[in-house]
Ligand binder design. Structure first.
Ligand SMILES: Nc1ncnc2c1ncn2[C@@H]1O[C@H](COP(=O)(O)OP(=O)(O)O)[C@@H](O)[C@H]1O
Ligand SMILES: [Mg+2]
Length: 380
């Protein structure tokens, strides 16, 4: 991906509250304005399914099918990329026996893909949603997922790494729950878990330093502060202190020794799935969780922008940004500053807000749509 990619045509079929929507997009900033419940976040969610994963709400695929619709859903997009236009389609429908399928289908240029993973070759994406307002106070799992998404931004292979570890861990949990687990099978799972755990933690540490390097080289001014990130986790400590093979060996032995404790707990008590991301408000040298609500929001925006800029300097193009309810808590001057920063990124940005006027400062690079009743209409 030498240069930026953008969605030029988007079609939703029976997706959430959209029976059928087709929209052509040409400008870099796409603003969606509409009342609560109009379907703004649903549209961002549809776009977020153009990359691997379960989308920005992280829900199960059946929930995305429109109530009162066909029971299936589909999202299709024409994506302009440096290699020309790519046709991407994804969707879900119940199995023939009526049971809920847990995976979605993905087509790229008319070819059925083995998994959603191949979408990673087409688009990179970062999002910020109101649910993330509690990121610094909420459970570590949310911060870990935020961290892993950032890693994926810099290193697309990270998603499959994390999945592989989680799959192995689930297998081991299930095996430990059996009355007489097969020791050789356990050992083999633990060897593989150790390999993937070290790979996961090493990639996280690499991403954190990529971001830190980028932040150190950037100028800092404007309303969105820089953040200092670190990972609190025994697995990352291990990877920092030992060469990879040794770290694998240590964790593998810990797993073997921890079998009875893990069996009693019903889960693995140690591993990269226990790590946490710690964020510090750079200019104030203040842990993010101690910052005011407004400071936290500004810090998050700063962090998302820094990720986008770091990815841009790595790959020559900024990722696509999905910024849900971004305008709500910013005064007009900050909104204006944000729009200018987004313009300089040069990538496509989807933003939402309750009023079209919130996007007045976005200028000619923006198109503003009114969202109502599952339809879009251009506001200017
Ligand atoms: N599977 C679904 N089928 C039909 N409507 C849905 C589905 N899921 C959510 N909705 C509706 O979508 C609306 C919420 O849309 P959303 O995009 O979150 O609104 P907002 O514009 O406030 O971001 C609600 O009215 C909700 O009932
Ligand atoms: Mg919303």
């Amino acid at each position: 991906m030498a240069s930026t990619s953008a969605v030029r045509r988007l079609t939703l079929t029976d997706f959430r509250n959209y029976a059928h929507l087709r929209v052509e997009l040409s400008r870099p900033l796409v603003a969606l304005a509409g009342a609560n419940g109009a379907g703004k976040t649903n549209l961002l969610e549809a776009v977020s399914l153009l990359v691997p994963g379960r989308g920005l709400r992280g829900v199960e695929f059946p929930a995305l099918a429109r109530q009162g619709g066909s029971g299936q859903w589909a999202v299709a997009a024409t994506i302009e990329t440096p290699d020309g236009e790519r046709e991407v389609g994804t969707g879900w429908r119940p199995n023939d026996d009526g049971e809920a399928a847990s995976t979605r289908a993905v087509m790229i240029d008319g070819l059925q893909q083995k998994s959603a993973g191949s979408l990673a070759d087409i688009l990179r994406m970062v999002w910020l949603t109101p649910a993330m307002d509690r990121l610094f106070q909420g459970p570590p799992g949310d911060r870990r997922r935020f961290l892993d998404r950032m890693v994926v931004l810099f290193d697309a292979g990270h998603a499959s790494r994390v999945n592989a570890f989680e799959k192995l861990m689930r297998e081991r949990n299930a095996l430990l729950a059996e009355p007489n687990p097969d020791g050789a099978w356990l050992s083999s799972l633990e060897v593989q878990m150790a390999e993937s755990a070290v790979a996961v933690s090493a990639a996280r540490l690499a991403a954190i330093s990529t971001l830190a390097r980028h932040v150190a080289q950037s100028e800092h001014h404007g309303p969105f502060p820089w953040a200092a990130l670190s990972i609190t986790g025994a697995m990352e400590d291990l990877v920092m202190q030992h060469p990879a093979v040794e770290a694998e060996d240590i964790y593998r032995r810990d797993l073997a020794r921890g079998r009875s404790a893990d069996r009693a707990a019903g889960r693995a008590l140690a591993g990269p799935h226990r790590s946490d991301l710690h964020v510090v408000h750079g200019p104030k040298a203040m842990p993010a969780e101690f910052c005011s609500t407004g400071e936290q929001k500004a810090l998050l925006i700063g962090l998302i922008l820094a990720q986008a800029r770091a990815a841009k300097s790595l790959f020559g193009a900024s990722p696509m940004l999905l910024l849900d309810e971004i305008a709500a808590h910013l005064d007009p001057a900050r909104r204006e500053a944000l729009f200018r920063l987004l313009e300089t990124l040069g990538s496509q940005v989807f933003m939402t807000g309750t009023e079209a006027s919130l996007f007045d400062g976005a200028g000619a690079s923006a198109v503003v749509y009114l969202v109502d009743g599952g339809q879009l209409s251009e506001s200017r």
